[in-house]
Design a protein around this ligand. Sequence first.
Ligand code: PLP
Ligand code: COI
Length: 344
Amino acid sequence: MVAKKDIDWGNLGFSYHVTDKRYVSMYQDGKWDDGALISDDKIVMSEDAGVLQYSQSVFEGLKAYETEDGHIVCFRPDLNAQRMYDSALRLEMPPFPVDRFVEAVKETVRANEAWVPPYGTGATLYIRPYMFGISPVIGVKPADDYMFRIFTTPVGPYFKGGAKPIVVRVSDFDRAAPRGTGHIKAGLNYAMSLHAIVDAHKEGFAENIYLDPATRTKLEETGGANILLVDQDNTLVIPASDSILPSITRRSIHYVAENYLGMKVVEREVLLSEVEKGEFKECGLCGTAAVISPIGKINDHGKEIEFSNGMEKMGPVMQKLYDTLTGIQMGRIEAPEGWIVRID
Ligand code: PLP
Ligand code: COI
């Protein structure tokens, strides 16, 4: 065990810290090189790089945890590898091989072991794989050369206040077009959400709920997390759409709810009008960064929809899901085969 960095782990927010090592691999002459860990956190590139001109970039987010018995683990990195593969194909980028992605994640976390927050602090090591077009392009076309990198940064809760319910608003902006790029993790999806999130924060909301862009009647997701709902019969209801990101946390919660908690789970289109009628008693956001963040209220243009948990704490169903999921991630509860990948 290496000595941990001297950090006030319990008070970390979701922000970037430069850690010791990052992984880099270059795609040139039609192939990925062997890749290596390096110390330099800066990147030098052409003023005309594909990423700078036409936003050719995709990324991922996953976490490393210290478990109760002192090991360092990652949660389902193979699914992030596959999603990044799919994201790359959609933006005409050469996909980084899935098995190499998983190995590179392990190497990067191992090289930054001193930055993995100690068990029980509530903090985790956030891992950010990303790749982008680095060679010059001036006509609108894919770059020839690409850089794949992974850095890590220790983080605390994504939303201030940790597990306290948040208030979100229904956004007038759209996040993703039908048949667009909402289902992949491309930087461009986040660039176009920045105005909406800055405006939401100005108005006192933690996030935006986006509606389906075709009809603006169905719930999609927020800028950085999928939505979970619990109906009056305690069924977990998950909004389905082709233009939301297939969250790994959400897919894991679906499995946990059915197989660990014996719950009924339905993935289907969810109308905003159903939510307004009070058909759901609990609501939350889920994602790697958000984990499960309870929603206290949704504000739809001044009309408030309140959930039964109120503004003080998570509802009982979200709490059970949260405890089981984080129990699996931190090694307190036995994980399904292949979910937990040991680093050390
Ligand atoms: N939806 C969006 C738009 C996201 O950015 C994220 C974060 O990765 C998620 C959902 C949650 O996905 P995951 O659980 O795989 O982190
Ligand atoms: C994540 O949960 O990993 C995300 O990418 C959400 C946000 C930080 C973009």
